[in-house]
Design a protein around this ligand. Structure first.
Ligand code: GLC
Ligand code: MG
Length: 425
């Protein structure tokens, strides 16, 4: 599909903290499950939107800590900042809308008069968002008093309580829900309205996401009381919104299945990766599978069997070569041989491999170019490579899988592993 002109098959709009990202799972299993599913089955023709309360500063911190994908659209600071693409180009039209009937100075002045409110760090005070902390038992009372005060000042603002601690004050037209409605309208005007949209959240600032018409919603199992309460009052009986039984990204995958939005089995759920049930050649799935095998091999979660290596060798073209990100060149089959000595070298360690932004295009009757970012998480550090791979379907059946002809990598960002020889593919 040409992503610039075609309507996305699915748009996922997900909150990050305690929704996409499970802060109680140091292994990040459900996030990694989602990543593999998204890249194998959705990335090429769907849209991933992150909608977070975090500012850009805290969003970047989270990206460094957790094995996250790169979204197509990033909505930050509780729906007050919308940006597009990897360059995060801001939506200036949205900023203009938010400027209406908003006076940050008065909001700050008035709210500062309440001793129950503690100002959040400077990074979280944004042009259209003023944020405080307030104890749960004080929240309702303060919200009510503040609302009255702002009305008296002729201001039209919105007060949102989230996570049993955060209180955000925004322009009335802002918020995650309004930002989503704006985005849907924009996509519709461009003839790119997604066929389906799924909103995912866990706390108060996500409630609005579930009031947008034509949008499916999932409250993850670990959703906060304030969101469940909102649901009980405002959306009970709406069949398009579910409260998942799975935590975080597991709940998102569950909702994809529940609403029949597309494939819902993550390649990480598949134990025997050589069992290929595809109907046609699938370069994205091939790439996801290959790197998943690499992770399992080095964690000793795949069997230490010569059969795997010879299968892997068989999918590497005899003249195929690999350009390592440090610049050296090597036949692909030699790289497979090199894997023999690293079986289980990361057993029991924090080691994960995932691919991000997997895009392919068919460049000949039997050839595909696949571009993606390949990431490794090792000892709390993330290392990434921009990767281009040339794959071919010449002389192979769908069940054998595509042949790898060339792989070329370039380091991404500043972090480069100390021992580059441990970066195999
Ligand atoms: C994030 C933001 C914080 C906000 C909260 C709830 O934690 O950093 O400023 O109050 O989300 O929206
Ligand atoms: Mg959250």
């Amino acid at each position: 599909m040409d992503r610039s002109t075609t309507a996305p098959r699915l748009m996922i709009v997900s909150d990050l903290d305690h929704t996409m990202v499970d802060h109680h799972d140091p292994e990040n299993l459900s996030l990694l499950m989602f990543n593999a599913l998204w890249e194998a089955k959705y990335r090429q023709d769907s849209l991933l939107v992150f909608s977070t309360g975090r500012s850009l500063t805290l969003y970047k911190e989270l990206r460094k800590e957790k094995p996250m994908l790169t979204p197509d659209i990033t909505i930050m600071s509780v729906g007050t900042e919308i940006t597009y693409g990897n360059l995060m180009v801001p939506d200036d039209g949205w900023v203009e809308i938010l400027n209406q009937k908003w006076d940050k100075k008065i909001v700050l002045e008035e709210a500062s008069k309440y001793p129950e409110l503690t100002l959040q760090p400077e990074t979280e005070q944004r042009p259209h968002k003023v944020s405080f902390y307030v104890q749960k038992d004080k929240a309702q009372e303060v919200t009510k008093a503040l609302s009255e005060c702002f009305i008296n000042h002729g201001l039209d603002v919105k007060i949102i309580y989230s996570g049993g601690i955060d209180l955000d004050i925004l322009p009335q037209g802002a918020g995650k829900g309004q930002a989503l409605a704006y985005l849907l309208k924009k996509l519709n005007d461009e003839g790119k309205l997604p066929k389906n949209t799924l909103a995912c959240g866990d706390s108060g600032n996500d409630a609005e996401l579930f009031s947008i018409p034509e949008v499916y919603g999932v409250m993850v199992s670990n959703a906060q009381e304030e969101l469940l309460q909102w649901h009980a009052v405002n959306a009970k009986g709406n069949p398009n919104i579910i409260h998942a039984s799975e935590r975080c990204a597991g709940g998102i995958i569950q909702a994809i299945g529940h609403f029949s939005l597309g494939p819902n089995i993550s390649p990480r759920d598949i134990i025997d990766l050589s069992d290929n049930n595809l109907e046609k050649f699938d370069p994205a799935y091939e790439v996801v599978k290959f790197y998943l095998f690499l992770e399992r091999w080095r964690r000793a979660e795949a069997e230490n069997s010569e059969i795997y290596l010879s299968n892997l060798k068989a999918v590497c073209g005899p003249c195929g070569y690999f350009v390592h990100p440090s610049g050296f060149e090597k036949p692909l089959r030699d790289c497979v041989d090199a894997l023999r000595r690293c079986y289980g070298d990361n057993r029991g360690k924090q080691f994960r491999v995932w691919v991000d932004q997997v895009f392919y295009s068919q460049v000949g009757s039997e050839t595909w170019i696949v571009r993606f970012k390949k990431w490794e998480l090792f000892d709390d550090e993330q290392y990434g490579c921009l990767t281009t791979a040339l794959l071919s379907s010449k002389d192979v059946s769908v069940s054998e899988g595509l042949t790898w002809l060339q792989v070329h990598q370039t380091w991404l960002g500043e972090a480069i592993p100390k021992d580059q020889s441990l970066w195999f593919f």
